[in-house]
Design a protein around this ligand. Structure first.
Ligand code: SF4
Length: 263
């Protein structure tokens, strides 16, 4: 017989549903699970996690034990988000020539997360974000920060390639971005770098120019966010690389990384 939820857990669950609604997530799926009852210790841990979450309202939530009684480490949590995406047909991009969904790649516990716009042809082919020419440049940017690609997490606002590499439409971003928000929610990075205007506008809910959005820190639900140029733009206008490096140096300072004296 299913265990009745206590008032604390019930309130925390209500709070959690509201949290997802605030993010614009309305479709919640109830996953079939083995009907294994959580042990009293696991139940206590669930209540403790949720109580902690309620006390830290607004801070990203990261359960250590799932309601199914299974340990939900970030790898598992990301896998479950990918499963929720499924063979997604939620927006028109599913029928405009995508080969596959490009979910995200990197360290599921990364301190730093890069968010781009959407997959291009190479990414669509390989199923991994930022693997084409822009990806090579992003790798160099990451290495210049004295980090490795495996240290960070990389994802896009839309997970399917827009035809002809066009900019994703606002409604496509709105439909797909809740999955990005959930990825961020699991990874809980210390800082996010929004690569280009689409990522910045989506994450910040702003409609502003790159000139206005660069050069300052933003708050994304308790996480520091910096805006810089998309590597594809930097390939088109390499003169802006110095400006992008300035943005990354600010991120390095915030993360406590040593900034090289000479760039
Ligand atoms: Fe689904 Fe996102 Fe692909 Fe649209 S872009 S079909 S919402 S995965």
């Amino acid at each position: 017989m299913p265990r009745a939820l206590g008032p604390k857990t019930l309130r925390a669950l209500t709070d959690r549903v509201q949290y997802y609604r605030d993010l614009g997530i309305y479709d919640l799926y109830r996953r079939e699970v083995d009907t294994v009852e959580p042990t009293p210790e696991q139940m206590a841990q669930i209540e403790q996690d949720m109580a902690h979450d309620m006390e830290n309202k607004g801070a990203p939530f990261k359960p250590s034990v799932g309601l199914s009684g299974v340990v939900e480490d970030p790898v598992t949590a990301l896998r479950l988000i990918r499963e929720d995406l499924g063979d997604c047909t939620r927006c028109r991009l599913h029928q405009q020539g995508r080969k596959q969904i490009v979910f995200g790649v990197g360290n599921p516990e990364a301190d730093l997360m890069f968010v781009g716009e959407g997959p291009g042809a190479d990414e669509d082919e390989q199923g991994e974000p930022f693997v084409g020419r822009a990806g090579q440049l992003l790798n160099k940017m990451i290495e210049a920060m004295d980090l490795k690609r495996e240290d960070v997490y990389i994802a896009n606002v839309v997970k399917c390639r827009p035809p002809g590499n066009r900019t994703p439409e606002r409604d496509e971003c709105d439909t797909c971005s809740p999955f990005l928000y959930r990825q961020i929610d699991v990874i809980k990075p210390k800082a996010i770098v929004a690569l280009g205007a689409v990522a910045a506008k989506t994450l910040l809910g702003l409609n502003d120019t790159m000139a206005n959005m660069r050069g300052q820190w933003f708050d994304y639900r308790g996480t520091k966010l910096r805006v810089t140029y998309h590597p594809a733009y930097l390939l088109r206008d390499p003169r802006q690389k110095g400006e992008a490096w300035k943005d990354l140096q600010e991120v390095m300072k915030y993360l406590g990384l040593e900034v090289p004296k000479k760039s």
